[in-house]
Design a protein. Structure first.
Length: 618
């Protein structure tokens, strides 16, 4: 069973919530042609995230050229580049990833070209500020000859061989009439792609009508923590969404049919909103018919147990708000140590369809409240139409420590600057070992820091992803809010190809760190492979009266015992004595029956024992 996480209520004074975004936004382009997806990626490898936007009119199939913005130390400059900005099609989504492992981000662009038979586009980054269009080139294999009408694309290394594979969600719109299509999957074999069949990789690309999708949203994510990227794929028009579990890099198995949410799903985003060490999922419903509600699935899965819990209506607006929603992203916009949620809505604010920013209450409840912000109406403040949200993606484009938000619309695309202040942060940029998965897609980053508003020592988890929301892509640099934490106690990096785990300790906050696998960081910190399988953290608060929280982390499952003893070693209380899966645990302890003084808490595991001191003051 999934690990139980126990919480104690701590009385912490928190700042009053306020909008983190500026108004008016930066208008990236005055061209009001309909935009689709927005993807952040540092294509020129200068340490600053650049921005690519796909465009075209979905309802009519009208084509348009796409947009590229180069980030010059916090200033976004429009770029003209052969291929990337001269491509004239109805483009769906795009995804950055280094498919040939040469150290530079390449770009794959979906083409939604009703009945035209045009291929999707693969642009190879030559490292000198230009791209080579590999579409139709035999040297990259089958991926250059995809003539399907494709909506959403995303890179992910499904078999952990170090070469990024490509999943494509297909489907047609012909004069607003939908047609489902078979999806596509391309396996990367050293920079040359082979199109897989359903018999080889499973019904995720099945030809039966029940497995076809209508250009629906999806996300790569290792939902069950077994080390292999799975795919959560939306469907459309009354069909079930599906979680496709990766069977150790051999095939995808249909694990869940989501019969509760039969409205079309376009935006699927993954994030560990409750800081329990696994990824939860938010799904947006879109414009197949009437407005609908969105869905939040809390992940309770383990490598041996599949369990996603659908949040009920009692949880509030995050699952009851009725809109035509398109894209959504999890990000810690206020840097307090938990993930917030932004949802872009399709309609116009004049008809009540505003986008929504849901602020996470954090420890111990992890509930969401709607926080009105300048971004709700998606108003460019230039007299053109408001609302009409499409893709959304986050990156700290100006390197000030908080996440900014790019939004595409039926109208000019917008960039909202985040002005969060007072909370600390850290950002982690990863690079593969030079020959495999250099863009580190699928890598995981975990940090532990002492955050007052989160009840003390808190573990946060991020996964580097080639897809987020509805065809968009967040920065490939992992961002963490730290609240009032003044030091990062532990930084843990899990590399996807080798499975190596690297741990750094005692890192300064408010920094951007870069790490390359198998290369010792230039930072003056100890780097080592993990040897311990558990960690017992200081309790919080300490001293305490009468309650405190004891936190520990298990890297492997096992039978454990957590006890409280006095200085003479006598047992006072057994808090936990059970077999527990790997995970991060917070255990409450109330000392009302004890006298003031010094006590110890002890964690016994099959791998060893740890002891820490705590002080009870009445």
């Amino acid at each position: 069973m999934k690990s139980m996480i126990y919480f104690v209520f701590l009385y912490v004074i928190q700042a009053i919530s306020q909008s983190p975004f500026t108004s008016p936004p930066i208008i990236l382009s005055t061209d009001t042609t309909e935009s689709q997806s927005v993807v952040w990626g540092d294509y020129n490898d200068d340490g600053w995230d650049d921005l690519y936007i796909t465009r075209g009119v979905e309802s009519t199939g009208a084509s348009a050229t796409n947009l590229l913005f180069r980030n010059q130390t916090g200033t976004m400059l429009s770029q003209s580049m052969s291929g990337l900005t001269t491509l004239n099609d109805l483009s769906g989504s795009a995804s950055w990833g280094d498919y040939n492992n040469d150290g530079y981000l390449d770009l794959y662009v979906a083409v939604v070209a009703p009945m035209s038979g045009k291929n999707n586009n693969l642009f190879m980054n030559d490292g000198a500020g230009a791209f080579t269009d590999k579409t139709g080139s035999a040297d990259v294999g089958d991926i250059s000859n995809d003539a399907e009408d494709s909506g959403y694309v995303g890179w992910g290394d499904y078999n952990n061989d170090g070469w990024l594979d490509m999943f494509v969600d297909n489907g047609k719109v012909f004069f607003e009439y939908p047609l489902k299509e078979v999806n596509s999957f391309y396996e990367n074999n050293g920079g040359v792609f082979t199109k897989k069949s359903a018999s080889e990789i499973g019904n995720i690309i099945g030809t039966d009508d029940e497995y076809k999708t209508f250009r629906s949203g999806f996300t790569w994510c290792d939902y069950n923590n077994d080390g292999f990227l799975d795919i959560f794929n939306g469907s459309g028009y009354g069909s079930s969404n599906r979680m496709w579990k990766n069977n150790a890099g051999t095939e995808f198995i249909n694990t869940f049919d989501f019969t509760q949410d039969l409205t079309s799903t376009r935006g699927i985003c993954a994030g560990d909103f409750d800081n329990d060490g696994d990824f939860d999922f938010y799904l947006t419903s879109v414009i197949d018919g009437d407005r609908g509600v969105n869905f939040l699935y809390e992940n309770r899965s383990t490598p041996t147990l599949d369990s996603l819990y659908l949040w009920p209506s009692e949880k509030g607006e995050i699952v009851t708000n009725v809109n035509w929603s398109n894209s959504a992203i999890w990000s810690d916009f206020d840097n307090d140590g938990d993930l917030d949620l932004f949802v872009s809505n399709w309609g116009n604010p004049d008809s009540g369809d505003v986008s929504h920013y849901f602020e996470n209450s954090g420890f111990p409840d992890y509930n969401f409240s709607t926080l009105p912000t300048a971004i709700d109406s998606l108003n460019p403040n230039n007299g053109t139409n408001k609302g009409a949200g499409r893709g959304v993606a986050a990156a700290d484009f100006d390197h000030d420590g908080d996440l900014d938000l790019a939004v595409t619309r039926t109208g000019c695309p917008l960039l909202y600057i985040n002005q969060t202040s007072g909370n600390n942060w850290v950002q982690i940029h990863l690079t593969g070992n030079g020959t495999t998965n250099t863009s580190a897609i699928g890598a995981r980053v975990r940090i532990v820091a002492d955050i007052t508003s989160q009840g003390g020592y808190t573990s946060q988890l991020r996964e580097i992803s080639g897809q987020s929301g509805a065809g968009s892509q967040n920065s490939l640099t992992a961002h963490f809010g730290l609240g009032d934490a003044t030091v990062i106690d532990t930084l843990e990096i899990l590399w996807p190809v080798t499975g190596n785990k690297e741990i750094y300790t005692a890192l300064a906050v408010n920094q951007i760190y870069s790490y390359t696998e198998t290369v010792i960081s230039s930072l003056d910190n100890k780097r080592y492979k993990q040897t311990s399988t558990f960690e017992l953290f200081p309790n919080y608060p300490n001293p305490f009266n009468p309650e405190t929280v004891i936190t520990y982390h298990l890297s492997q499952a096992g039978k454990i015992k957590l006890t409280v003893i006095n200085p003479a070693g006598q047992l006072l209380k057994t808090l936990i004595a059970a077999y527990q899966p790997a995970g991060f645990y917070k255990i409450p302890f109330k000392a009302t029956e004890l006298s003031s003084g010094v006590y110890f808490y002890r964690l016994e595991t099959p791998f060893g024992l740890q002891l820490r001191k705590m002080i009870f003051l009445k």
